[in-house]
Design a protein around this ligand. Structure first.
Ligand code: SF4
Length: 392
């Protein structure tokens, strides 16, 4: 085993946001017991992987709201990881954090435990929008958290923003981007709000009490982010992710590039290049299974050759590196560019990823890679649909 990314799921939130369908609970009652089980799971897996065989390129505390943990919790988990794995000298250790759960002392604790990257769930700098989303914080709390994170010594800060919030105007979206930029983050993630079935947001929309942004406004918002962030010197290295030079997220790139990762905790997923498996999505069951010496795996699947190609399309086109035609050829045994033509899509020659195509092509052939044009970014779903349809 070579390099590995580790994901640690922390399923606690102070309150559920109305759009969220991640697994998390709003009570901290089980927190201590959960961390104990998490440490046991890492310890057990580490032993079974034969001591120190893998170098860890990244550790990612996601959730939920990992910033609800104490410094001692982070120490316990990271020490257990160090006991079994070799951490790369430049290992990236990220903690997702929500304004409203951070303080100067909490941030100093995270730093001293070894966390070197903070991704702050700001989502918006507009109080009305934050209230619409059901976030626990207001814009001032977000501003304060970002200032405090710098003061605590974090030199790698990522800001998450959401666009297409019901009631959001294009102008307010542009203001949110401008304010995020004023904090000089190393990284920005900008995601359009998706309405997941069964969430309170879904119910509000179905009842006509909230109205989603039109597709046209959403496209304008996406373009506004692309143009403004690129102009500010950020590289759009993935459809929704932007970074200053050298500051891309190593952890998320492991997912997008199909590298191996291990997930720990309730509902966490793992992947070894061919098989994917995941833990049960129930904190109490997870704790009981780990405490009784079992693993907490709920299911395992082996990806078929077709599924691997499907993922190559979906993940490859999201990245500015695109789909590598040589990897495609060895997996599919057909020429990638002929396949694209066969699917009824045309490509421009030599156009950089995500750049506007004068000929309105959705795809570009860039050396050995197939990448999306700017127009292709806006039609990502339908481009993927056409290519996946061609696999049948
Ligand atoms: S803080 Fe994040 S994980 Fe928790 S409810 Fe909100 S969106 Fe979901």
């Amino acid at each position: 085993m070579g390099e590995l990314a580790l994901y640690i799921h922390i399923p606690f939130c102070r309150k559920k946001c109305i759009y969220c369908d991640f697994y998390s609970l709003t009570s901290l009652h089980w927190r201590q017991r959960y961390i104990k089980a998490l440490v046991q799971e890492i310890d057990r897996q580490g032993r079974s992987l034969c001591e120190k065989v893998a170098t860890i390129r990244s550790v990612y505390f996601g959730g939920g709201t990992p910033s609800l943990l104490t410094r001692e919790h982070f120490f316990a988990v990271l020490q257990t990881i160090r006991n079994h794995f070799v951490l790369a000298p430049d290992v990236e250790i990220t903690c997702e954090a929500n304004p409203g759960t951070l303080s100067a002392a909490k941030l100093a604790g995270l730093r001293s435990a070894g966390v070197n990257r903070l991704t702050v769930g700001v989502q918006s700098f507009c109080d009305v929008e934050l209230a619409t989303l059901g976030r626990i914080h207001n814009a001032d709390a977000a501003r304060q958290s970002l200032r405090q994170a710098r003061e605590a010594g974090f030199s790698n800060i990522a800001i998450d923003l959401i666009f297409a919030i019901p009631g959001q105007s294009l102008l307010q979206w542009k203001r949110n981007i401008a304010e995020a930029l004023a904090f000089n983050p190393e990284h920005l993630s900008v995601y359009g709000l998706t309405v997941e079935a069964g969430t309170p947001l879904d119910a509000e929309i179905k009842a006509g009490r909230m109205h989603p942004c039109s597709e046209e406004v959403q496209r304008k918002m996406m373009l506004a982010a692309m143009h403004r962030l690129r102009a500010a010197g950020y590289e759009q290295y993935e459809l929704s992710n932007y970074a200053l030079p050298g500051m891309t997220s190593r952890h998320n790139q492991a997912y997008w590039q199909g590298l191996s990762y291990l997930g720990f905790g309730a509902s966490a997923h793992s992947f070894d290049g061919r098989q994917r498996w995941w833990n049960c999505r129930d904190l109490q069951l997870y704790c009981r299974q780990i405490e009784s010496g079992q693993n907490a795996m709920a299911e395992r699947e082996t990806l078929t050759s077709r599924q691997l190609l499907y993922e190559m399309i979906l993940l490859g086109l999201r990245q500015n590196s695109g789909i590598d035609s040589r990897k495609w050829h060895s997996a599919a045994n057909v020429d990638l560019f002929e396949f694209v033509q066969h699917c009824g899509l045309s490509t421009e020659e030599g156009l950089a990823a995500f750049a506007p195509s004068a000929g309105h092509h959705l795809l570009s052939r860039l050396g050995e890679a197939l990448v999306l044009s700017e127009q292709g970014v806006l039609l990502y779903d339908s481009v993927c649909e056409k290519l996946v349809g061609g696999l049948a």
